[in-house]
Ligand binder design. Sequence first.
Ligand code: PMP
Ligand code: GLU
Length: 397
Amino acid sequence: MSIAISRIVQGLEPSATLAMSAKAKELKAQGKTVYDLSVGEPDFITPQHIRDAAAAAMKAGHTKYTLASGLPELKKAVADKYKADYGIEYPAAQVVISNGAKHSLHNAFFTTLNPGDEVIIPAPYWVSYAELVKLSGAVPVIVPTEESQGFKMTAAAFERAITAKTRMLLLCNPSNPTGTMYSRSELEMLADIVIAKNLFVVADEIYDTLVYDNRQFASFPTLRSGLQDRTIVVNGASKTYAMTGWRVGWTLSPANVAQKMGGLQSQETSNPCSISQYAALAAITGPQNCVAEMSAAFAQRRDYVAKRIAEIEGLSCAEMQGAFYAFFNVKKHLGRKPGSVSVTNSEQFCLELLTQKQTAAVMGSAFGCEGYVRASFAAGLDVLKEAFDRIAEFVGN
Ligand code: PMP
Ligand code: GLU
């Protein structure tokens, strides 16, 4: 006898980024050297003062449950940070701390969506969006975008996708996987449609501090008055403070949504790890030069990766303006046979690149965009150099 899997989980695709990263880890465990540009995870260790704060929290005995929706001091610190960074005010009660931004997204979808509701998601989109929306019973409506337009959804494309069932726009800015960023005026055009069509927005701003060339990031609820009541902002400690393993994410949302998300979390997971929350508190309230230093290192790597992609025959990439991903076009190399193996799509490209050249990247198809490959440049310059040498050899074969 085998236990039947529920219909909803049977249809669930596992995370392709984590699957590719697991494949790379498996090869490493076999003693092979792998140049891993698969997972979007800063290669930096969490800054020392944050780790010290966690050790101090353990020593002080902060080992018990916190409020299910998060440590009050941390909620206040998150609200204060949005006020300081973007001039927008939230009472601490409108902040919910969760087990990573992925969990925050799950809470947001479960709390606001009903079966059959439509959620507009511009593609390429981050791997977990469509799957998490489907888990909540709602329907992802994917809107393709063009490399030539920086993979940004135009106001016209957005309007065309809206039906009587549309309730939410899910927007990642700066974007994982494309590394491009909407300007304030581009966002305002989308915001006006959101207001006119009575929609609401989940604004995934997890890469807000990783923006290059002195560009100005615009936080979605600040774009127009009244938008704060229509927006659930998602953010977290993973990327900004190199804290992926600690699992701390958060939302800033209207009061009724925050209250219900806290209630949902109280039934599903209770509070996020108390020690991780103290670490995140130290991250937000402590010195911020670590953020600037890591961001400067990412900017240098971004320049290096852009140069390498431009030099490799047949590859192209939209300008990378934020986050730490290159989403490069490999269409000219599909239908060829590197190492005598036929490569006709981005998945085969990535699997063969890993097998033949020990270099891990993620297929565009996992992000809803065939013909592209995502490389994370949250890796050291030495790894990037070797990886791109190998990508050049692979497509040159
Ligand atoms: N949103 C985006 C766009 C991401 O790239 C990630 C990466 N993990 C997340 C959310 C989730 O982050 P976390 O590690 O905090 O769950
Ligand atoms: N966000 C990262 C990525 O896209 C981490 C992986 C994940 O959470 O799925 O690679």
